[in-house]
Design a protein around this ligand. Structure first.
Ligand SMILES: C[S@@+](CC[C@H](N)C(=O)[O-])C[C@H]1O[C@@H](n2cnc3c(N)ncnc32)[C@H](O)[C@@H]1O
Length: 490
């Protein structure tokens, strides 16, 4: 198959050895199905492995969209019936209704996202894709992007909830968690779940955390905890994930010890400034007064009105002093930029001379905004002190950020921060956030294998006043006096 097609159909056939190992594990867990369903069976690795493993089972059904694979699977199996079918057009209610209990649904659905399919002009997608109910802004920021397998597994679980069944699927670990969260939130009748890590690089050449997700369902069951095991060979779970309240907990033990610090942050966590044009908006000082070098290799003269010393996440974690400036033409989101013309004419001319690059920034957040707008800017961006963390690095380390030569240091959009008025406020918050208690709290909720495990959402869950009490300190935020105003588009 050509590469784009392989991508669109998530076409990575499971090695027969892995399918056999997964089936052996399921048998050891006590599964003894009367029917087996492989909804995207490919060339039939799981069908063949399950025929070999579950010898008391009399009903094996496989489906795939690729007619060549259907043919290959028919040749690879003994008693399975294999059908040519598009998952998104199949009547799973009808298909699953006809299966004898206990049912085992197993396999390896395609590992591709809806935006991945969209990017190559593909159509292998469900017709109704906003199943998480996201709003338009989430769609813009990419939050509503989802894995095709997530959608598929949820459809299948919905059909077997209330029956004696099990679902065992190879998938990205992040998908397994999303599926569990959905199933738990919608009260599907799950009795027991486990996530067994697999080496996706060794098995599929895929640089992603992946697992075998196993969910057992029984009528009336309502478990919302899941054992996490490092591999298919592991004898004991390394942690437990769970749903508590409406939140997914990454480590139930840490949650039991520090979950009481959950609240809302009394100071609002902020993202750094986003401009999507570092070649123009980030400049380095040169020896000449008011002369700077931009990312296009040009030496330019600019007033210092709109220039702020800046740090990126990668500089923050090295405790490097700011070596660059960011051109910030606005004080708040949506503010007219034309005021720059009056206050800083050289800067205005500079922006105009690079308008081609600035006007062609792809993100829709710049659409219908004043020309040369940036995003994530507000009074908080100009707070004299900050406590910041890199969102790009998988490290829970918080740094106080001092002003430089009387100017606040701004952060780029790889960072998150709390704005502070004074040095003592920033140092106290950094001390609290770097405490063992704060670390344990975040451990309860952070999934380190996620692409960006540290988010504003995660940081905002920690109640800093409760943390201060826990650490034997007075209120963390009493001194905080910055206006915590919301800006449009925050
Ligand atoms: C990751 S491969 C796994 C194949 C097989 N389950 C295995 O474990 O070896 C994903 C399979 O999903 C099939 N597939 C992709 N989109 C599908 C769809 N809309 N309907 C049915 N099968 C589909 C592909 O043809 C491919 O065989």
């Amino acid at each position: 198959m050509k590469t784009p097609q392989r991508v669109e159909y998530g076409d990575f056939q499971t090695p027969p050895r892995l399918a056999l190992k997964a089936c052996a594990l399921l048998k050891n867990l006590g599964l003894s199905p009367s029917s087996v369903l492989e909804p995207t069976c490919g060339i039939g690795s799981f069908l063949a492995a399950s025929e070999d493993t579950f010898q008391d089972c009399s009903m094996f059904r496989g489906y795939d969209i690729n007619p060549h694979y259907v043919q290959a699977a028919r040749e690879a199996v003994r008693s399975s019936k294999v059908f040519h079918k598009d998952f998104f057009r199949a009547d799973w209610q009808e298909i699953i209704r006809s299966l004898r209990e206990p049912i085992l649904i197993l396999g390896n659905p395609p590992w591709v996202t809806n935006s991945g399919v969209g990017a190559i002009g593909g159509t292998n997608l469900p017709s109704k894709s906003n199943f998480q109910g996201f709003n338009g802004f989430d769609a813009i920021t990419g939050k509503s992007n989802f894995d095709i397998s997530e959608w598929m597994l949820i459809q299948l679980l919905e059909q077997v909830s209330g029956r004696s069944a099990a679902l065992a699927m190879l998938c990205k670990t992040a998908v397994a968690r999303k599926v569990l969260r959905h199933a738990w939130k919608t009260r599907m009748q799950i009795e027991k779940s486990a996530i067994f890590g697999i080496d996706a690089m060794a098995e599929f050449g895929a640089a992603v955390d992946a697992c075998l997700l196993v969910c057992r369902l029984q009528p009336g069951a309502n478990s919302n905890e899941c054992d996490v095991l490092e591999s298919l060979d592991a004898l004991h779970s390394s942690s437990k994930i769970a749903l508590r309240g409406n939140r997914l907990v990454a480590d139930l033990d840490a949650h039991l010890s520090y979950g009481h610090l959950l609240g809302t942050s009394p100071i609002k966590w902020r993202s750094g400034i986003k401009h999507d044009c570092s070649r123009v908006m980030e400049i380095r000082p040169t020896d000449g007064k008011d002369m700077y070098l931009n990312g296009l290799g040009e030496i330019v003269q600019l007033e210092d009105d709109c220039l702020y010393p800046m740090l990126k996440g990668s500089e923050l974690i090295k405790c490097a002093p700011p070596s660059r400036f960011m051109l910030v033409p606005q004080k708040s989101i949506g503010e007219e930029t034309s005021q720059v013309a009056a206050n800083a004419p050289l800067t205005w001319r500079y922006l105009h001379s690079h308008s081609e690059l600035l006007d062609s920034r792809a993100s829709s957040i710049y659409k219908n905004r004043p020309r040369f707008s940036v995003f994530g800017v507000g009074d908080y961006s100009f707070a004299p002190w900050k406590v910041a963390i890199s969102g790009f690095h998988k490290q829970l380390r918080f740094f106080p950020v001092a002003p430089k030569r009387g100017k606040p240091v701004v952060l780029d959009d790889t960072c998150y921060f709390l704005p502070c008025n004074t040095e003592s406020e920033a140092k106290k918050l950094a001390y609290l956030l770097n405490s063992d208690q704060a670390r344990a709290f975040f451990d309860a909720f952070v999934f380190w294998d996620a692409k960006r495990p540290i988010t504003v959402g995660l940081l905002s869950m920690l109640d800093l006043d409760l943390l201060a009490l826990e650490c034997g300190s007075s209120s963390a935020t009493r001194q905080a006096s910055l206006p915590l105003s919301n800006h449009p588009g925050d």
